[in-house]
Design a protein around this ligand. Sequence first.
Ligand SMILES: [Zn+2]
Length: 389
Amino acid sequence: MTWTKRYLYPGDVEEGYYFDIGTYVCKNHFKDDYLNEHIVKQGEKGICTYCDKKLIVIELEVVLTLIAVGLEYVYDDPANGRFLNKDSEYGFDGNVQPFEEIWWDDPFDLRIEDDKLLEDVSNQLSTDQLYCERNEFGSHEEYLDDLWNHFKEVLKHKARFSFHFSETFRQWNSSDPADILHQVETTILKHNMITTLKPKTILYRARQHSVENEVSDATRIASLPNSLNKEAGRMNAAGISLFYCSKQKNLTIKEVVSKRRKSKPYYTTAIFRNKKALRLVDLTKLPDAPSIFDEDNNHSIDVIFFMNSFVAEVSLPVLKKDSVLEYLPTQVITEYIRYNPDLNADGMIYNSAKDSNAKNIVLFYNHKDSLENLDFSKSSIKTSLIRDL
Ligand SMILES: [Zn+2]
C-alpha cells in the first residue's frame, strides 16, 4: 500500500495521501485533543460508524490524513536519514522498524479502544515501508529540551560573542544557536506577540533603601546609572541598566522588596508615565506548542518549546547563590529582542514568578533614557517602612 507522500516525485499525477474506507467517526474514539477538535470543527451531523450514535462525524480518511502527518513529522525514511549497513536486519544503521512494529506501540498514545476502528485505522495506515525516528537518540521531548540546553551550554562554556558561526556550533541534530534566535523573531511576529502600551500608562517603580529620605526625585528611582549597576539580572548583564516596572503597585513591591535585607529597612514607590506609545514584546502571549498532527504549524513545535524555557527562566527570581553564568542565555535573547530592527521593541512583558496571574514590564531604558522618555510624578513618591508591609 502506498498512502505515503514519501515516494511521490515531481510530475506524479496525484499528490497527497490515498486512503479509501468510506466510514465515519466521531470525537469519542481517539485520546487526542487536536484530532477530536478537528472532527468537531470540520465534521457534520451524522451517524458514527463505530459507536452508532448520531453526533458530529467526519470521514475516517480525514483523520487518517492527520495521523499520516504526525507519522511524517516523527519518522523518517531510513533511505534518507541512515547509512547503509548490509549486516543489519533491514540494511540500515540505527533502529529501523517496519510499520507494524512502530504502530503496535501506539506511538501517539491514541488509545483506540473500538476493535473495528483500530483494525480499520491499522489496515489503512499499514505499509511495507521502513521507519526510523528522526530524533532516534532521545525522545522528541528530550530533543526539544536539548535545544535550550545546547544554547545554554554554548553561551556558558564555549562562545559568548561569536556563536553566530553556525557551522562551528551546530549540534548533531542541526540546530545552531544563531538560527534559534532567528526563529525567536519569527515566532514573535507570526503569533503577533506585540502589545502597544498606550501613552501615559501608569507604571510603578519600587526601590528598597537604607536612609528614609534617600529617594527624593526621579533620578533616585529611575533605571540605575550604568556606573552603579553592578549586579546582573535575568535580562541584563552588569553594567547594562533596564527599567523594570509594572502596572500594579503591589506587584512591583513584591518583586523588589525583600524583608531579609535588614540593612535596607525602607522602600519607596513612585509613578512614571510613558510619553509615547511603546511597542512591547508580550512573552505571556506565547501560544501552546502545536500538535504534531497540525501540518501547517508542527514545524514550530521546537522553537515554541525553546521559548517556553526562556519565558520560564526570565520570570525566576534572581538569587544570590546563582552564578552570573546562569543568566547569560536569557540576557542574550533579551538583547536580541531589544536590538532587532524587525521587532523594533521598546520592552517586554513577562509573567511574574511571585504572582502567576500578574505581568511585569521591562523597558529597554537606561538611566538617561528612562528620565527622557518617561514623565515622572513627584507627588507619587511614597516611602514606607518594610516592617509595616
Ligand atoms: Zn463514535
